[in-house]
Ligand binder design. Structure first.
Ligand code: ADP
Length: 494
């Protein structure tokens, strides 16, 4: 047998408060009517009808006082006919006048009540409008009284501090400040009330605020004062300055970094000059040692063979020193972009000679998988070196926390005859927050990083009509690669 489902209880058309007020209003009206019927005509028994009219003012219907006044008028008229006769000697005009004055009073009170309610409704609307404006504001707006107790707390305040309005109402506003202001705020307020001196009144000021979780953050605080019904209220506008401060410190860091880069380019010029100066003595040393080696070759014996060997090594080392200086000058020097057919494998060799300078100490194993006989690319060799240098250095940086430390630099012929260069590593791969915005400037996860390396790489590769990308590898680590168009006619030249 199926159980019939209970129909849902109908929602009460009125709430409990309204029901109680309505009952009180109707009951008082009936009691007054009963009294009127008991008391002789001429006694002003209808006057108390003013009480239910006033009670009806709190009912949700704005016309309730008028309805109660109308009912009181009807009952007053009825009472005239049904009440016991007037006491002896009471003239009729007194009895009738008494009733008419009562009715006039009901009307006046009802109209005044209706007017007052309309005014209260307007105030409510104004308040709701003001509240919505306050709540839309991203800033926290906190009103306190003379004792520092919170009277209102905007939505912005809830978002900023992590408290709900209910939690903070009536509590001391010092709960939103860190020490030492927390313990001193009552004194500040006291001093202001006594002397009228304040550092934050009217003008904004940078101070610290404290969230519910205890974290402290910078805010700009501005306080205004109002006199409401004889009470002094203070309204504080609290603007979160965290982002602005962060941006400011970032700009500061960038300025320092730019200054450093500026110094670096000065150093580059000095390095160029030194390289130039060193070239001569290096060439001279190389020539002397070569001449010495030639002379030693005319001698005989084991010792002579050893001297020749050592001198050959000295020549090799001087040549190597010369090469390093030449590469340094190339990498640092700015100069105009010069597009020439170059072998990508040679460019990689030059860039890596510098980029891998400290990898052995860091326990990093670098391997090259370079495809032979690739066509040349039309490129500015120095700029492409900078790209490879940056990709390899990023891999070196990424590997410092990894157990397996390997970098592979690869070249291959890509689709459409493009040349592809890739640098892969066994580091942690790309952080997810960076992956989307990899080539945008100022994206970095390094404490001292500038986040401009990859964006520069991209603009260089774009200027070469190439394409660059980077991603995490499924097997772990990251891979960055770029493609450059092969130099047209390279095949013919080959
Ligand atoms: P910077 O090196 O100054 O941080 P880059 O533009 O060169 O600037 O790199 C941006 C960010 O990309 C790095 O901070 C890092 O988070 C990420 N990244 C670049 N290369 C790698 C890599 N090989 N492995 C992991 N993350 C990398």
């Amino acid at each position: 047998m199926s159980v019939p489902t209970q129909p849902a209880a109908p929602a009460w058309p009125i709430d409990l408060k309204t029901a109680l007020l309505l009952t009180a209003g109707v009951a008082t009206t009936l009691v007054i009517f009963a009294l009127d019927l008991i008391l002789p005509l001429g006694v002003a028994a209808a006057v108390p009808y003013v009480v239910p009219i006033l009670i009806s003012m709190w009912l949700p219907w704005r016309t309730a006082p008028l309805a109660f006044a109308a009912a009181a008028t009807v009952l007053t008229a009825l009472g005239y006919f049904l009440s016991p006769p007037a006491l002896q000697g009471t003239p009729l005009w007194v009895v009738v006048g008494n009733r008419l004055l009562s009715v006039f009073m009901f009307g006046t009170v009802a109209v005044l009540c209706w007017w007052r309610q309309r005014y209260a409704d307007q105030l409510d609307q104004e308040r709701a409008r003001l509240r919505s404006v306050i709540d839309i504001s991203l800033d926290a707006i906190v009103a306190i009284d003379e004792r520092g107790l919170i009277q209102s707390f905007s939505r912005g305040g809830e978002r900023l501090f992590g408290y709900t309005e209910r939690e903070v109402l009536g509590r001391n506003v010092s709960m939103l400040m860190p020490e030492p202001h927390r313990s001193r705020h009552d004194q500040y307020l006291d001093r202001y009330l006594r002397t009228g001196e304040s550092r934050i009144m009217g003008a904004g000021r940078m101070v610290e605020a404290q969230r519910r979780d205890g974290s402290v953050f910078p805010v700009n605080l501005m306080v205004g004062e109002v006199n409401a019904g004889g009470r002094r209220l203070f309204t504080g506008f609290v603007q979160d300055m965290t982002e602005r401060e962060r941006a400011r410190s970032k700009i500061h860091d960038l300025q320092i970094e730019l200054y450093r880069i500026g110094r670096l380019s000065e150093l580059g010029e000095i390095a160029s000059a030194i390289a130039h100066e060193l070239n001569q003595p290096l060439t001279a040393i190389s020539n002397y040692v070569r001449a010495g080696a030639n002379m030693a070759r005319t001698l005989e014996g084991d010792a002579a063979a050893k001297v020749i060997l050592l001198m050959d090594k000295a020549v090799q080392q001087t040549d190597r020193a010369g090469q390093i200086i030449r590469r340094l000058r190339q990498l640092i020097g700015r100069g105009q972009a010069e597009l020439l057919p170059v072998s990508i494998n040679d460019v990689i060799g030059d860039a890596c000679a510098l980029a891998l300078i400290d990898t052995r100490q860091k326990g990093i194993n670098v391997s090259f998988d370079l495809t032979d006989a690739l066509p040349d690319v039309l490129a500015d060799a120095t700029q492409i070196q900078q790209v490879i240098f940056n990709l390899v250095r990023n891999s070196v940086d990424a590997l410092h926390t990894s157990e397996r430390r390997e970098i592979v630099v690869r070249t291959a012929a890509g689709a459409n005859g493009d040349i592809e260069v890739s640098v892969s590593d066994t580091g942690p791969g790309l952080p997810p927050e960076v992956e989307e915005r990899l080539f945008m400037p100022f994206v970095t996860t390094k404490p001292n990083g500038m986040g401009i390396g990859l964006s520069i790489c991209r603009s260089i590769i774009d200027a070469h009509d190439g394409r660059i990308w980077g991603r995490s590898r499924p097997e772990g680590g990251a891979i960055f690669a770029f493609q450059l168009p092969a130099h047209e006619g390279a095949e013919m030249e080959q």
